[in-house]
Design a protein around this ligand. Sequence first.
Ligand code: ATP
Ligand code: MG
Length: 649
Amino acid sequence: MASHAIDTILKEQRLFEPSDEFRSKAHIQSRAEYERLYKEAEENPEGFWANIARELHWFKPWERVLEWNLPFAQWFIGGQLNLSYNCLDRHVAGARKNKAALIWEGEPGDSRVLTYQQLLYEVSKCANVLKSLGVKKGDRVAIYMGMVPELPIAMLACARIGAPHTVVFGGFSAQSLIDRINDCGASAVITQDAGYRRGAEVKLKEAVDQALPQCATVQNVLVYRRTGCEVKMEPGRDHWWHQLMETASADCPAEPVDAEHPLYLLYTSGTTGKPKGILHTTGGYSVGTYITMKWIFDLREEDTFWCTADIGWVTGHSYVVYGPLQNGATSLMYEGAPTWPEADRFWKTVEKYQVNIFYTAPTAIRAFMRLGEQWPRKHEMKSLRLLGTVGEPINPEAWIWYREVIGRGRCPIVDTWWQTETGAAMITPLPGAIATKPGSATKPFPGIIVDVVDREGQSVPKGAGGFLVIKKPWPAMLRTIYGDPERYKQQYWSQIPGMYFAGDGARIDEDGYIWLMGRVDDVLNVAGHRLSTMEIESALVANPAVAEAAVVGRPDEIKGQAVSAFVTLKAGQTAGEELKQQLRQWVAQEIGPIAKPDDIRFTDALPKTRSGKIMRRLLREIATSGTVKGDTTTLDDFSVLTKLSGDEE
Ligand code: ATP
Ligand code: MG
């Protein structure tokens, strides 16, 4: 990293105020109210977070709010709670007893609804099943499932008895499962026969069978039957979910655990390299996910909330399961592929359940842009009132498309910046309070102290690009990398001494709005200018022919680095020399000649992680040497690489 951070070239001027109608019903209704909260939290962070924590149920109150030994934090010391209790028992005792907690849509079109009472019943039974298999407080449980209600049931059951879970994304291979199980020494695995994806079966139990000979710590496997496909059951080790649930007692009081008791560990999505096992603990994570859910998504009692993320990622943990359920909300879960059996499955689902709040990823938005407006236009989607995105910087044109075509110009958009490590959203508009600018995640959440700095930790001037840091501990922060506190220190707290830095570049504009600029490892150095990939990509995506773009640098004798762009086109566009020249000119005009791509390759798909993020480091290798030698374990579709490396300029 050079200490002169990142040059900015993107100029986005559009501003969208929330409507008076939206504002008047919002939890936080004005910029002034936000500023007041922010100031209050900044001046007295412990008081601010303690007030929020008091909205949850504690078996025993905490004695101290925070103990901070940089970089190790403890929150709500001495307090005892149980997250499963806060998600279930608390609501069942009141008017939400028969409210839908989970609405589930299976890929084949089957559907289930679980009320809070029903969910508590299932979770309590499952917790007793786990106990009967010898799972004790503190034991790690690996969960390798598709998007079925039994996945949150399993997570809540673990939380109920104080057994930290590690959810492994159901699309990962046996090898990824082995690595994760062995890293945390899980004693049990919860899985299912298979899941549905694009009309086919994903054989999960088979992958577990392949993995387990190399996982010495696993003693029991609990298998939920979803598709009914044939599976091998190893006597003594494997148990059918439905058989054990049948006889299990539904009486399982939630075990009070210390606030710092480990809740789960989860591996990052692996965009930059080998995934890291991030540890979250109970109290702080509960408080962070509870309040961000309430304020950012501006939850109302009657809302149907749909976060499309797979629960295998942190977004699913925080905003499919724990955030919504702590708030007594109705959370929608969908099992399968977004475009199955047709490209309007999401919009059909929005209509079917009258979804009010919809939260998805830029990669999905760009994919829908590519498929064309006709699919969402088939559905009215009048129920939608708020949209959200997370996972990557959203290009302003994709943001505008989301607003116009999905939100029909009516719904505010919350672009939420956060990470597996942060546990909960950190930089985001509060939709009734903050006017939005397309492509900006806007403002830090109250209590979150962020800055954009240079290598030495000095704030950079307004408008200049630099390293995004967090300067004070926050409740939902990771506590360590599992089993490796030294790496935790090195990775997050040493690159910029005394501050949390996890790899992203950003700038703050004259209104104090934060613009994420992508990963600093991806920054290009062209003739002495440090350019963010995100800005050049956004210029490309603003061209009507382009659906998605990834930009990387490759070595160039004269300029230091040349700009190499990989572009996918919208339906109906033709790739060719002419369009290449047009796009180069376009970028030169939009943001300046310095950013003009030296070469452009058209491709049907970009290499992405399983969570849908573009893997620029692989493209960098392709642009530089034509082949890929780096770690590809988290890559979604290997054939993309084969095609790209075969395709000579
Ligand atoms: P790894 O750390 O293993 O490389 P990862 O960083 O992709 O994987 P996650 O924790 O899932 O794993 O992703 C967090 C990252 O996603 C952020 O650091 C940022 O780069 C990106 N990101 C998430 N939300 C946004 C957003 N709203 N705007 C810009 N970038 C975002
Ligand atoms: Mg990361």
